[in-house]
Ligand binder design. Structure first.
Ligand SMILES: Cc1ncc(COP(=O)(O)O)c(C=O)c1O
Length: 388
């Protein structure tokens, strides 16, 4: 055997960590597909993790912290927010089932329902985002297995009566799944209000820095945990420990950031409401919002994302407004530290119950900048609407 051959074996086994790690403030970033087990009998001991795909120490730390946030018994992680909502549906649905989905759901949620669920023999029907629990229940059939909520609705910000819908659905043995990304698990706790599956795109407020994708699904029901685990195992879904670490880091400052998002968002929303080129602001925390009473009853606060309906103007005015903004970036996503804007109208094509607004709808993500600077930026940009 040559020296280099001996090195081959030695180097493969050198440097293993056998001692317990020193304690740090954050969890270790534990990377591993193979889990080394102590004995042959332990290879097939299903009570312990024997493979790293479903997550090791770092993902466990994040799941446990999110379970505290969501008042859940279990939280499962997915590679993006979209993967969390589609994963939860795949975990609980089967061919022949019927699903009722809010029409104000995030556009890719519509797309998944209309393409993939349909292909697998699941019927999807949409209900108006302000439908009452009675109206939604009137649509339910014996095949209805799941009601999907998203509150507030994407782009139009309607607040649903989640407690009422959850109560009525339970009476009928129908499951509820809520996209709670706007409230970030902090401002509204779906599981406390009877929702079965609470989902959020961690990519937004929990991550908070617009640089990592992940989604979570929280539940208190053992059968639903088993269904999620089975789907995770069957489909092979997995999230990286580095990403889980970053999410946990974001979680530490979530309440502090949310307070600032709420304050700045409301300051900007109130200023916009009085602007002569604005028809109205779609923000449930404004008292004139038709959703204000339900929001005030159920929510502990507001996020920094809301809609602005401009007075009637041309598409090129909307583009001129957006292109004049200097502090607000133009881009999808939200929940990060930086302010963003986009025009909403191109996304309304998927809807079945389209509310008619006075003019074009713009969405603003109010970040952590000085709200005075944001208002000045909007003021400068609104001045060009209709000015050419
Ligand atoms: C309400 C809502 N849910 C889910 C998602 C999906 O999150 P992700 O981008 O992590 O897939 C988004 C993304 O914009 C969203 O706005």
């Amino acid at each position: 055997m040559s020296a280099s051959d001996k090195d081959a074996t030695r180097l493969i086994h050198a440097g293993r960590v056998d001692e317990p790690l020193l304690r740090t403030v954050g969890p270790p970033i534990q990377k591993g597909s193979t889990v080394l087990v102590p004995t042959a009998a332990a290879l097939y001991d299903d009570s312990k993790a024997t493979y790293g795909r479903a997550g090791l120490a770092t993902q466990e730390a994040l799941m446990s912290a999110l379970a505290e946030l969501e008042h859940a018994t279990t939280v499962r992680l997915f590679s993006s927010g979209l993967a969390a909502i589609t994963g939860a549906m795949l975990a609980v649905l089967k061919a022949g089932d019927d699903v009722l989905v809010t029409d104000a759901a995030y556009k890719p949620t519509h797309r998944f329902c209309d393409r993939t669920l349909k292909r697998f023999g699941v019927t999807v029907r949409y209900y108006p985002p302000r439908a009452t629990p009675d109206e939604i229940m009137a649509m339910a059939s014996p095949a209805t297995r799941l009601i999907v909520l998203e509150s507030p609705g994407s782009l139009t910000f309607e607040i649903q009566d989640a407690p009422g819908i959850a109560r009525r659905a339970r009476e009928r043995g129908i499951l509820t799944l809520m996209d709670n990304t706007w409230a970030a698990g902090l401002l509204f706790k779906p599981l406390d209000h009877g929702i079965d599956l609470s989902m959020q795109a961690l990519t937004k407020y929990v991550g908070g820095h617009a640089d990592v994708f992940m989604g979570s699904v929280a539940t208190r029901e053992r059968a639903l945990t088993e269904a999620l685990d089975q789907a995770i195992m069957d489909f092979g879904w997995s999230v990286a420990p580095e990403d889980a670490y970053q999410m946990l880091r974001g979680l530490r400052t979530l309440p502090t950031r949310m307070t600032r998002h709420q304050q700045s968002g409301l300051a900007v929303a109130r200023w916009l409401r009085d602007h002569p080129r604005v028809a109205r602001v779609l923000h449930p925390a404004l008292p004139e919002s038709p959703d204000h009473a339900v929001w005030a009853r159920d929510y502990a606060g507001a996020a920094g994302l809301f809609g602005v309906v401009l007075k009637p103007c041309r598409k090129r005015d909307v583009h001129a407004f957006l292109d004049t903004l200097q502090i607000f970036g133009l881009g999808f996503s939200w929940g990060g530290f930086e302010s963003l804007a986009l025009d909403g109208d191109p996304q309304f094509g998927v809807r079945s119950f389209r509310e008619t607004f006075e003019g074009p709808v713009v969405r603003l993500n109010v970040g952590l900048e000085d709200p005075g600077d944001l208002i000045a930026d909007l003021d400068r940009a609104l001045a060009v609407v209709g000015a050419r």
